[in-house]
Design a protein around this ligand. Structure first.
Ligand code: NAD
Length: 506
């Protein structure tokens, strides 16, 4: 198929979903061996802004996962023996196609996830494109190494070959659906693995669109497969399947730990990117002009980013002034139907919405003060949607559940501190260690604090700025392993050292 033809076909797939009528929902399918295969059973997927179903999705079964794994297994050897240049070319074609329809795919991501459309346009979809492009290109140059071993008997050349691991199970969450799935798919495929994806059952739509891109640009049948469905059935079968050699999981710590245990029984390679309860530390001399960035670090994407700041430690002398400025910033966020130009959209699901509200109630019961937000926001036309305005809480001890559990919503607790030593200990006191932010005009203070924080990423006077090639992941119960250009390519391959005697004569 020429690229002009497949562009039209891709466009019509997206448009059909955008136009999906309210009363007659489009039904998604699994994707197995390059076929869009109906599932045995379907379930509703809800638009979080309206609280109403808008699409039908498969409730994938163990048998469906088995078929997907069989398809991936069958084609593994031939895919692994393609050249990295061939794989890279195909991935670049996927990147180009997604990029061309960036804005249309953003409409779907926003409707399915609840995130503001503006954010999906500038963050989620472009980042997906970048993931495919950067991994496609990096893999051409990064993996090979060789050394000459000199011995009295002659020289040996040692070279390291990076073999793909096999069939990779890719399990992703609902907060950054396409962005995070592509962060797994791109390195897994360019390294020569075949894959079975299991996107979150809460947000499967853009992953389904992506499967069309793989087929249309010419990926061989079976290299990429996807089963949509619940974690406890489809996801669990993928983890338990003996022919799946590697699991890459992004999601909650609870499920990640279960996956680690289950995978250990078969010694599968696992990468776990899990939850966080990220501290932000604001020293008295912080730059006041950073206040908007500090607030953004808590509330972007409704606080539904694993890297959002949820505990803010503010040095005591500036506490009062800081609270005034911070609450003023929090109240500036516009909240509304995510398909319009707003900064805060809807919480992803009713279950999640209820969870966030429950923590706000716990904060009240424990004597916390709600400085702003804290209640359901009712919006005209979206009365049943799951909206909560940015919520700022003070007056809770560090031991409160609200200060130790991951809430994953637009809720931040602010608490004072006195010394660097004290705040470092308190910031490190939860079971998580994903990321942290430090705000100060003093470089020594910044770097000394960054040095002592137990987190996979520490941002100093900034947030969310990370170059793709840097290692990404969590400490403690926030994760196992690292992702990023080099780390991911290593994870999705097994290094094999080959030693060849150059002096041997036959
Ligand atoms: P979740 O753990 O509930 O689900 C994640 C994925 O795992 C989903 O696809 C789900 O269907 C699947 N799953 C559930 N049970 C399973 C099982 N028994 N076996 C196999 N798969 C199973 O997480 P979520 O609610 O979708 O996402 C929110 C969480 O993700 C938060 O904790 C957040 O911090 C975390 N997260 C972490 C990162 C990171 O990079 N560290 C990034 C984004 C989100």
């Amino acid at each position: 198929m020429t690229s002009a033809n497949y562009r039209d076909e891709f466009k019509s797939v997206i448009q059909k979903l955008i136009d999906s009528p309210d009363n007659e929902h489009v039904a998604l399918t699994n994707f197995i061996g390059n076929e869009f295969v109906k599932s045995e059973s379907l379930m509703d997927s809800v638009n979080p802004a309206t609280g109403k179903p808008w699409i039908k999705i498969p409730n994938g079964t163990a048998t469906e996962v088995d078929s997907a794994v069989a398809a991936a297994k069958e084609v593994f050897r031939s895919w692994k023996n393609t050249t990295v240049q061939q794989r890279s070319t195909l991935l670049n074609k996927v990147a180009n196609l997604i990029e061309e329809f960036n804005d249309e795919i953003a409409v779907l991501e926003s409707r399915d996830q609840g995130k503001p459309i503006g954010l999906a346009k500038v963050m989620d979809i472009p980042r997906c494109v970048q993931n495919f492009r950067d991994f496609a290109n990096a893999a051409l140059y990064t993996l090979s190494t060789s050394k000459i071993l000199e011995q009295p008997s002659g020289k040996c050349i040692n070279y390291v070959k990076h073999d793909p691991v096999g069939v990779a199970g890719l399990i992703s969450p609902w907060n950054l659906p396409l962005y995070l799935l592509s962060f797994k798919l791109a390195p897994a495929l360019v390294a020569g693995n075949t894959v079975v994806c299991k996107p979150s059952e809460m947000t499967s739509v853009t992953a389904w669109v992506l499967m069309h891109a793989f087929k249309l640009v010419g990926f061989p049948a079976g290299v990429v497969n996807m089963v949509i469905g619940e974690g406890r059935s489809a996801g669990q079968r993928l983890v338990d399947h003996p022919d799946v050699h590697l699991i890459s999981f992004t999601g909650s710590t609870l499920i990640g730990k279960k996956i680690q245990e289950d995978s250990a029984k078969m010694n599968k390679k696992v990468s776990l990117e899990m939850g966080g309860k990220n501290p932000g530390i604001v020293y008295a001399n912080y730059r006041k002009s950073d206040i908007a960035a500090i607030a953004r670090s808590s509330f972007l994407n409704q606080g539904e980013i694993c890297l959002c700041t949820s505990r803010l430690f503010v040095q005591r002398p500036i506490l009062e002034d800081f609270l005034k400025s911070y609450v003023a910033e929090a109240e500036k966020f516009t909240i509304g139907n995510p398909s319009t130009q707003v900064q805060i959209g809807a919480m992803n699901s009713k279950v999640h919405f209820e969870k966030v509200k429950k923590y706000i109630e716990i904060a009240k019961a424990e004597g916390g003060t709600i400085l702003c937000g804290g209640v359901k926001t009712v919006l005209h036309g979206c009365e049943d949607g799951y909206f909560i305005a940015p919520t700022v809480i003070t007056g809770l001890p560090d031991t409160s559940q609200v200060m130790t559990d991951e809430i994953f919503g637009p809720v931040v607790c602010i608490t004072p501190f006195d010394t660097a030593e004290e705040v470092i200990e308190r910031a490190n006191s939860t079971s998580y260690g994903l990321s942290a932010t430090v705000w100060s005009a003093n470089t020594d203070e910044l770097l000394n604090t960054a040095n002592e924080l137990r987190a996979g990423t520490v941002w100093c006077n900034t947030w969310l700025a990370r170059e793709l090639s840097m290692p990404f992941g969590g400490c403690k119960q926030s994760g196992t392993g690292r992702e990023g250009l080099h780390d991911s390519l290593h994870f999705y391959s097994d290094a094999k050292t080959v030693c060849v005697n150059l002096a041997a004569k036959y």
